[in-house]
Design a protein around this ligand. Structure first.
Ligand SMILES: [Zn+2]
Length: 286
């Protein structure tokens, strides 16, 4: 079975050195990493973790930086890491959507550099909305042309608060999916519960090209969430993601393996779906 982790975060070493000043100047970085206990890891750390757990490939996501410059500099690191470990690290870049022309240019640059998607979007912290169709139209055209994926943070409109929860609730990715049915959208953290509305027939239909990752599951849901969401949207729409380094990859894998009852579903969620969605054959030998 090929194991793919669809939701990890890595940072360049210089970000770790500048941690204190970035936490003062960047809203998203502050929200996620102001607490010195919040772990920051490099691509080397991720590869070590993958080797220890037998994970063949990881999607390395960026975060929702508040300047175009920080997006570019960290995108460079992700693209470089992917070329250092081809087929093992799949880079997703970040765009500064409040500068739409620069964002479009950066998207083309990252696509040419090997990025397979954009994410993890933080529209709430970066001050735009997934429902802004005119903002997204030109970007979605480029994403679709390069068969790239959009991955956004989504959180629950109800339930407990936690650092980084934010305010991107299911209506935002739903509106996006309705407006851009051709775009491939991945909603992190089980889409904030969006799959539960798939019981409404028109919602289920709209979610045809929407996938849900399992990042940080055990902070949020009972383990029944794996089989419940598989029944609602199909196991073929679930992508295993750990949220490494917040959650160790091994811990997340153990939980998924214990929770998913059917071997076929396990194989799909832990790797086959990701390989299909990324449309990459890559070098998948660990
Ligand atoms: Zn997230």
């Amino acid at each position: 079975m090929t194991l793919v982790d669809f939701h990890t975060h890595v940072m360049p070493p210089w970000v770790m050195q500048d941690r204190a000043s970035l936490a003062r100047t960047d809203a998203c970085f502050e929200m996620l990493y102001a607490d010195p206990k919040a772990r920051l890891t490099t691509a080397d750390d991720l590869i070590n973790s993958m080797d220890e757990t037998g994970i063949a490939m990881s999607v390395a996501l960026n975060i929702g930086w508040s300047t175009h410059e920080m997006c570019m500099r960290t995108n460079d690191y992700l693209l470089e890491s992917a070329s250092r470990w081809p087929g093992r690290i799949v880079p997703f870049c970040m765009l500064h959507l409040m500068s739409p022309d620069l964002a479009l240019h950066e998207l083309e640059r990252c696509a040419a550099g090997g990025a397979r998607g954009v994410g993890e979007l933080r529209p709430d912290v970066q001050s735009y909305s997934l429902t802004d169709a005119s903002l997204w139209k030109p970007l979605v055209d480029v994403l679709n042309r390069h068969e790239m994926i959009l991955l956004t943070h989504v959180s629950e409109p109800v339930g407990h608060q936690y650092p980084g929860k934010g305010t991107i609730t299911p209506e935002q990715p739903y509106a996006f999916a309705k407006e851009f049915p051709e775009a491939t959208l991945v909603c992190a953290h089980w889409g904030g519960g969006l799959p539960f509305y798939a019981l409404m027939p028109e919602v289920g239909k709209t979610l045809a090209n929407v996938y849900f990752d399992t990042a940080a599951t055990h902070y949020l849901y009972e383990r029944e969430v794996f089989d419940t969401v598989a029944r609602l949207v199909g196991a073929d729409h679930i992508l295993f993601g750990s949220d490494y380094p917040l959650i160790p990859q091994k811990r997340a894998l153990d939980i998924a393996r214990e929770a998913i009852a059917l071997p076929d579903n396990l194989r799909a969620v832990l790797g086959d779906n990701a390989i299909r969605v990324l449309a990459t054959q890559g070098d998948t030998t660990p």
